[in-house]
Design a protein around this ligand. Structure first.
Ligand code: ADP
Ligand code: MG
Length: 627
């Protein structure tokens, strides 16, 4: 008979640690979140070898009292909640009281902390869950946690780590997400002695995006703000020119916490639908403030997921908000013939380092700290910092003699922000009011219409424009419940697969509302006797099937109304795919109609209908302007 053992405390800790500590990035996440919870306004994250040999997180937050240090490392010890009821009103990032215990169970941890009230700080060393050292030392206010030799006592887990470079990229991404969720906290991320990025903590999200993702993205962002009962959204929506090939740049925060949510992703993508080509995803950074009673964050060990109550209504609200915001913006992509302009602008951006919470002068005076922080690497101690760029050094020194608190030294508005500023409320080019200022020049390659408008040359893709106009006409009628059915005589017979049939039956009413008349014809055959009038003549048979195929391949979310709109969209997109020739007159009318639309800029498949080139660009090309 097998003997049932009761595991000892250290084994339990090691096993439990697996849930929280998967890799260096999870350690950094927990430590940095603790720093933010501690009210820090400057946080430095430093790693070596992808964080496997060393992670250091320094903050200038409230610190941990000497008497509390032991508790902080106990499992389920937290200062953030006292009972399960508090979970419904959670405002802090941490709450399980597991992180420090878990990290200490699988690495060698050194923590230095000082509260403003106490005269001296404390240095505490704990390895593999066992307390090793504990001493009073002089230290700046705040907390530094050093984590060395991750998984040194759990070799199997260590084996699952990827190359240091890959682990470092996870940490970098995580730190970026943290910086963007806390624009008022100044972050610095250092890998192998080099500053990878820093943020000033001046609260400007667009500036942070600029520093992390560069100019191209920063220039293509629209500030977005929206509010309804119990939900507030704020952030940046990327214009379609910066659509990405994967979902990594759909960055969402719920109540300050970075999360992955397929509900939110789907809703935002639906809002973007008319701007997204297939297999493309938006770039966006959105902060959701949701009434804490409507969400549950306690569903994932790393707190990466949330459950949102009343999903369908939430979905609809979000997609509508995003769509409206996008349709209110001028979306004509500008084509540049030369690169000089953008390169030049980039040069104006100068790095301005953020001061570290441990400023240098105090560090130098403080022998205890120096002993901790600057011993050579061979002793397993923290290595000397690598030489920094001169600029960095100057700034840091300046800071050491100037201010004492990180907040004071944070530079205010920088040049970067000015350069990255986007003109937001510029006049819309495509509008009925501006129609008379359009001059149609002619057609090119049987496809493009050249139009001049003030100091711009607009190039309109007639097929895309035609699709767009058709689509809008149909959707308008659909929304107004004014869809007319066109009878097919003889009826069109289609054979549906089991899955398609199931899908059809589930949505039979929606198809009827769209203007389809469909009857069973025996076996797996169906007779289509009527199709939406507006879509008549565009390959009914194919698009009826195509909708069913698309429907059965995805999970459709939302309220009944939004699902119906979704199906109408599919129908129309499928129908207007066919190209057609247009006369000049027809094209003229098409452009007229295009201008009456809310979103004239993209065809329903997400391709642009129109691009523009400025007179300035042309003149540069002909060297009339030398820059
Ligand atoms: P949790 O964050 O879920 O409370 P942790 O194990 O991460 O659990 O931390 C335990 C406790 O240690 C926290 O509740 C907090 O009181 C204290 N603590 C941890 N890190 C810091 C820090 N950087 N500054 C101040 N207090 C901290
Ligand atoms: Mg924590």
């Amino acid at each position: 008979m097998a003997v049932i053992n009761i595991l000892d405390h250290q084994t339990i800790d090691k096993i439990a640690a697996g849930e929280v500590v998967e890799r260096p990035a999870s350690v950094v996440k927990e430590l940095a979140e603790n720093a933010i919870d501690a009210g820090a306004d400057a946080v430095t994250v430093e790693i070596r070898d992808g964080g496997i040999s060393l992670i250091r997180v320094t903050d200038n937050g409230c610190g941990i009292e000497k008497g509390q240090i032991h508790n902080a490392f106990l499992r389920h010890a937290t200062s953030k909640i006292t009972s399960a009821e508090d979970l419904t009103e959670l405002v802090s990032l941490g709450f399980r009281g597991e992180a420090l215990a878990s990290i200490a169970a699988v690495s060698k941890v050194e923590l230095i902390s000082k509260t403003p009230e106490e005269l001296t700080g404390i240095r505490y060393v704990i390895e593999g869950g066992t307390e090793k050292e504990r001493e009073e030392i002089g230290a700046p206010e705040g907390t530094t946690v050093l984590v060395r030799s991750l998984f040194y006592n759990t070799p199997p887990r260590r084996k699952f780590l990827k190359q240091p470079q890959t682990e470092a990229s996870y940490v970098a991404e995580l730190t970026e997400h943290l910086a963007m969720s806390n624009p008022r906290v100044s972050f610095r991320f250092i890998a192998n002695g080099q500053t990878r990025f820093y943020t000033t903590g001046n609260g400007d999200l667009a500036e942070i995006v600029y520093r992390i993702y560069g100019r191209e993205i920063a220039d293509a962002l629209l500030p977005f703000q929206w509010q309804t009962d119990g939900i507030a959204i704020e952030g940046l929506l990327g214009r379609p020119v910066v659509n990405r090939a994967n979902r990594n740049y759909e960055i969402f925060y719920v109540n300050g916490r970075y999360i992955k949510s397929s509900l939110i992703s789907k809703a935002v993508e639906e809002g973007y639908r008319e701007y997204l080509m297939q297999h493309k995803f938006p770039f966006c950074i959105l902060h959701f403030g949701i009434d804490t009673k409507r969400i549950d964050v306690n569903v994932h060990p790393a707190k990466l997921e949330v459950r949102i109550a009343d999903g369908p209504a939430f979905y609809d609200a979000v997609q509508a908000a995003v769509r409206t915001a996008l349709s209110e913006t001028e979306m004509i992509p500008e084509i540049t013939l030369s690169q000089e302009k953008s390169q030049k602008a980039d040069e104006t951006v100068k790095e301005r380092p953020v001061p570290e919470p441990f400023e240098r002068r105090r560090l130098a005076k403080d022998s205890a700290d120096r002993a901790v922080l600057q011993q050579p690497e061979d002793g397993g101690r923290y290595p000397l910092p690598a030489p920094e760029p001169a600029e960095d050094r100057v700034m840091r020194e300046e800071y050491a003699y100037g201010a004492d608190s990180a907040a004071q030294a944070v530079p205010t508005q920088t040049k970067a922000a000015e350069t990255a500023q986007i003109e937001l409320f510029a006049d819309k080019i495509l509008s009925e009011q501006s129609r008379e200022r359009f001059k149609i020049i002619g057609q090119l390659f049987d496809t493009y219409w050249l139009v001049s408008f003030e100091d711009k040359l607009l190039i309109i893709d007639q097929h895309a424009a035609h699709e767009k106009v058709m689509y809008e006409r149909f959707m308008k009628r659909f929304r107004e419940h004014a869809v007319v059915s066109q009878t097919l005589n003889p009826p069109m017979i289609v054979t549906l697969s089991g899955r398609e049939r199931e899908c059809y039956l589930e949505h039979a009413e929606d198809f009827a509302a769209l203007g389809f008349t469909v009857e069973e014809f025996g076996g797996s055959e169906y007779a289509v006797r009527g199709v939406p009038m507006d879509l008549y003549g565009y390959g009914e048979k194919e698009f009826f099937r195509e909708i069913l195929e698309e429907l059965s391949g995805e999970t459709v979310t939302g309220t009944p109304e939004s699902i119906r709109i979704r199906i109408a969209t599919m129908a129309c997109k499928a129908a207007v795919k066919g190209n057609m020739r247009l006369t000049a007159e027809e094209a003229g009318r098409l452009i007229d109609e295009l201008l009456t639309l809310d979103n004239p800029y993209h065809c329903p498949h997400g391709r642009p209908t129109i691009v523009s080139m400025t007179k300035y660009e042309l003149e540069k090309k002909f060297k009339r302007i030398v820059t």
